[in-house]
Design a protein around this ligand. Structure first.
Ligand SMILES: Nc1ncnc2c1ncn2[C@@H]1O[C@H](COP(=O)(O)OP(=O)(O)OP(=O)(O)O)[C@@H](O)[C@H]1O
Length: 631
């Protein structure tokens, strides 16, 4: 699939190409760990290296013990001579155990702090990026992998530390071995490298499979949700979608199972080949030690130490390869995280280019000027809003009307500063957004969007989040609810304003579509905004509630600016100015009476709707494609 290309290209990168990135990733993860908790990072690093160095002392002490025990003379004398080395060996072993305990303790405390550091960083970015980010190619897919990558940071830090421990151990053993006999070092390498290679290759195969399956995983996750969640449950049943969705699940899982089986086969083959070569090489090493001993090139004690060294090195190298594999895999996930953070940074609000030191002083909004504003969504051939110009003065209520897809909501989100125009400018009190402090400007604007969100909080909080800049007092919340015809409905809920509006929690309640719409309108009213934008606020309301809501909206006339978007044209008759959009262009503007007199698009839509309520007039028929009425 075209959207998988980038992911596949990366997954197909060679083992060494990807591996060369590891030091940088380990560095980045350690930097995160350092930021999260310096002391614990230091303790973990110090104890890790310390334990490795002690391993070398342990090996040399063991060799000393063997040398003394294999020397000539009475046994009691030999044991006595070996005693200092034995004591050193015991002390080294005890110290290593103590260091391991300290490392475990520090690491346990470090993990939650590292988790918090990365996860918070991710949320700081996802909540700050411009809305355009969510329209960008594969942004959601990248975000899914980034959250997995955030979970990998602790794993990468741990793997890096353990890798350090393993490497120090190997290095220490190598030094000890060279001290005993340099040839043993070659023997060590021969015995351990094949297993290491196999383990790294297996890790690479696993990551390739994971990366190439990210779209499939999202699809599975979607199917899980569709089949198990409350929102989709009624339609799933009424349209009989059960077998359709189960079929899709079987198909995706069929592919997934096939891929996992193929992966298991390749990993098993690789590790088996590695183990076979490694086993053969170990046998050769032991044979070599035997020959060296028989030929008298090394004493018996050195040969015995050599056997211990090979075993110890193999243990350390197993740790190294295992941890390298882990660091590699976790590192790739962590790279998804860092890559996403870099990509998302491009969508962070740009620094203002206006007079940054002297932003517009706090002042109410008096005019909003939309000047030749356009917006084209990514990958769309035509502009959703095309060269629209209009001016709205304080106290005015204006309406944006037009057929579905004509660009009303897009224009409103630009006026609300939620989207940046791709052409033209919007000025507030004659000053561009660059001159304003964005938060201060947004605090003066309230938006009730068409696609409102049902926040899983109490009814009171659902309204209070309309203005969290001040303490949400109960009487203000209730006043806003009353203006949105929501007060008595909320009072009738089992716990009134304290009722949790999420059925997925014990004791939680759900509301009807119209009831939710009243709550969202109340949210918009709570902030006593200079500019209130209401996008289809009454599409689900009953006639009485609709009438009351529009009464509240009309009450703003003469005070604040209100921008109203609705298809119920009777409700915009009172607007000071009505703007008609068609295919993104502003095609008509005027009062209700002006526009009716002109006999254009607005008049046509209004007459069509009004005729539906006039029982004396037979219902007009219209051709759907042209959208025009015909007798
Ligand atoms: N996020 C988006 N990405 C791509 N295209 C979009 C996006 N949002 C809207 N569009 C397109 O932009 C055009 C204008 O959409 P918009 O939502 O502004 O219309 P509208 O007039 O509010 O419609 P409605 O009356 O149905 O609410 C439509 O063609 C729509 O398909």
């Amino acid at each position: 699939m075209w959207w998988e290309t980038g992911v596949r290209a990366r997954a197909q990168a060679g083992l060494f190409a990807v591996f060369s990135e590891l030091p940088r990733l380990v560095g980045a993860a350690l930097a995160v760990s350092w930021r999260a908790d310096r002391l614990r990072t230091l303790v973990v690093a110090a104890t890790t290296v310390g334990a490795g160095v002690l391993a070398a002392f342990g090996l040399l002490a063991a060799q000393r013990v063997l040398v003394e025990l294999f020397a000539g003379g009475p046994t009691a004398d030999k044991v006595l001579a070996a005693l200092p080395a034995l004591v050193t060996l015991a002390a080294v072993t005890a110290l290593r155990a103590g260091m391991a305990t300290a490392m475990g303790y520090a690491q346990n405390g470090l993990s939650p702090k590292v988790d918090r550091e990365v996860e918070r960083g991710l949320f700081e970015v996802t909540t700050a990026v411009r809305l355009e980010a969510f329209d960008a190619d594969a942004f959601a897919d990248d975000m899914e992998r980034a959250s997995r990558g955030a979970d990998s940071t602790t794993g990468l830090v741990q793997a890096s530390m353990n890798l350090l421990a393993g490497l120090t151990g190997v290095l220490a053993v190598a030094v000890a071995v060279v001290v005993i006999h340099p040839l043993l070092l070659v023997a060590l390498l021969v015995a351990t490298v094949p297993n290491g290679w196999a383990s790294l290759r297996a890790g690479h195969l696993r990551y390739q499979t994971y990366a190439a399956g990210s779209v499939r995983r999202r699809r599975l996750w979607l199917l899980h949700r569709l089949m198990a969640e409350r929102d989709s449950a009624p339609e799933l049943r009424s349209y009989g979608l059960r077998s359709f969705l189960l079929d899709q699940y079987d198909r995706v899982m069929g592919v997934e199972t096939g891929i996992q089986l193929a992966l298991a086969r390749r990993v098993t083959t690789t590790t088996t080949v590695g183990a076979m070569i490694g086993g053969f090489a170990t046998a050769v090493v032991y044979a070599l030690l035997g020959v060296l001993l028989v030929e008298g090139h090394i004493p018996l004690a050195a040969a015995a130490t050599g056997v211990i060294a090979v075993q110890s090195a193999q243990r350390s190298l197993t740790v190294v390869t295992f941890q390298m594999d882990r660091a590699y895999t976790e590192g790739q996930h962590f790279r998804d995280y860092t890559g996403f953070m870099t990509r998302a940074a491009e969508y962070l609000p740009e620094p203002r280019t206006g007079d940054v030191d002297r932003p517009v002083p706090p002042q109410p909004l008096r005019t909003v000027t939309v000047d030749a504003v356009s917006l084209r969504y990514p990958d769309r051939d035509t502009a959703a809003v095309d060269q629209v110009s209009l001016t709205i003065e304080a106290g005015q209520t204006v309406a944006l009307v037009g057929e579905n897809g004509s660009g009303k909501s897009t224009l409103a989100t630009m006026i609300a500063t939620l989207r940046t125009p791709t052409g033209g400018t919007i000025r507030y009190n004659g000053r561009s957004t660059d001159d304003w402090d964005t938060d201060a400007l947004r605090a003066r604007i309230a938006v009730v969007t068409q696609e409102y969100h049902k926040w899983p909080f109490t009814a009171a909080t659902n309204i209070a989040i309309g203005d969290l800049t001040t303490t949400p007092e109960q009487d203000r919340i209730e006043a806003a609810a009353s203006r949105a015809v929501a007060h008595s409905m909320i009072s009738d809920l089992p716990h009134g304003y304290e009722t949790l509006l999420d059925r997925t929690f014990a004791g939680g309640q759900d509301l009807s579509g119209g009831q939710w719409q009243r709550i969202t309108a109340a949210r918009g009213f709570l902030r006593d905004a200079d500019l209130l934008i209401m996008d289809e606020p009454s599409s689900a309301l009953d006639p009485r509630a609709e009438d009351a809501l529009f009464q509240s909206i009309r009450d703003r006339q003469g005070h604040g600016i209100t921008i109203l978007i609705t298809h119920r044209l009777a409700n915009v008759r009172h607007a000071d100015r009505i703007y008609v959009l068609h295919h993104g262009r502003l095609v008509e503007a005027g009062t209700h009476d002006d526009l009716l007199a002109t006999g254009g698009r607005y008049a046509e839509l209004f007459t069509l709707q009004a005729a539906g309520y006039d029982t004396r007039v037979p219902l007009p028929r219209q051709t759907a494609a042209a959208g025009t009425s015909a007798p």
